[in-house]
Design a protein. Structure first.
Length: 297
């Protein structure tokens, strides 16, 4: 059945002079939405993270539009080109290589520039690796009461990686991040060594694709899973359970949090930790943990 058969799509309001952030499949082409196809057929042009990658997707669905490359190397100039088109009353879409745009691609900068120019950015939701992983995280998410933090891609620099690890292990929220197949073995081994042995995590590989794999396990079992894994190819989404509350945290921990919460609007975690350490006699490690807990609440 053709899109023209769906009357509800004809009722969609498509304001002119607006940018449409369109979610595309993360692997399975069947995850494209009817609304996304309708929108991509209706716009005057499409900005793409990679025009070559997007051309294959658009061709699959018979969509023929002028495309503009907008990636990390030209996002400012590309954004200005899009803004000029919008100012002339055109409708433009932006699509990333996969999934919901603006998460870990130049789309975020594009939206920022468009909004600064006083123009509208309208979401066309759909596939997302983050929400997909959350939906099957089960007990990994349950202990965090549905709260989570998305951390983007695992960092390459040692200093950033140390901060990343500290953020994950200390947070009461579940933590979600992306990793490439080239570094996943090293990353998971490092993460497992940093967590408590019974800390739960979910490993998602090639979500929605033919060789999709979803594994829930404890940190102590990561090494054996890596050794026995049939393949580590493809893109990974990792969900790490939040740090469980310990019985010895109350009531002393709660009273210390009151101090940290009072300082939180005015100081960063390191400054709060220094004050707590000096005034309450806590070790630097204890003080910093209290400061992080306050920031994560």
């Amino acid at each position: 059945m053709e899109l023209s058969s769906y009357d509800f799509l004809k009722q969609q309001d498509l304001p002119a002079g607006a940018l449409y952030m369109v979610a595309t499949p993360i692997g399975n082409l069947g995850d494209i939405t009817l609304r996304a196809l309708h929108l991509l057929n209706a716009v005057d042009g499409i900005a793409c993270e990679d025009t070559r990658h997007s051309a294959a997707l658009l061709q699959q669905f018979g969509i023929h539009k002028k495309c503009l490359a907008l990636h990390e190397h030209n996002e400012i100039s590309g954004a200005q080109t899009v803004i000029q088109h919008l100012t002339n009353g055109e409708r433009w879409a932006y699509i990333s290589d996969a999934g919901t745009p603006g998460v870990s691609d130049p789309g975020a900068r594009l939206v920022s520039e468009v909004q600064k120019a006083g123009l509208r950015a309208i979401p066309i939701p759909g596939a997302s690796a983050v929400s997909g992983a959350i939906s099957v995280a089960g007990s990994v998410m349950h202990g965090s009461e549905g709260r989570f933090q998305f951390l983007g891609f695992w960092p390459n620099k040692t200093k950033d990686r140390d901060t990343f690890l500290q953020d994950i292990s200390s947070s009461k929220k579940a933590s979600i991040f992306f990793e490439s197949p080239h570094h996943i073995k090293e990353t998971l081994a490092l993460l497992a060594n940093h967590l408590e042995p019974d800390h739960q995590l979910l490993i998602c590989r090639e979500l929605t694709k033919k060789f999709e794999e979803i594994v829930s396990l404890e940190a102590c079992n990561v090494a054996s899973w890596l050794a026995s894994a049939e393949s580590l190819k493809g893109e990974f989404v990792i969900v790490v359970a939040g740090r469980p509350a310990k019985g010895d945290e109350a009531p002393e921990h709660a009273s210390l949090l009151l101090w940290a919460n009072a300082l939180s609007p005015y100081m960063g975690s390191k400054e709060i930790a220094a004050v707590l350490s000096q005034t309450l006699g806590l070790t630097k490690k204890e003080a910093y943990q209290i400061a992080l807990d306050a920031k994560n609440e």
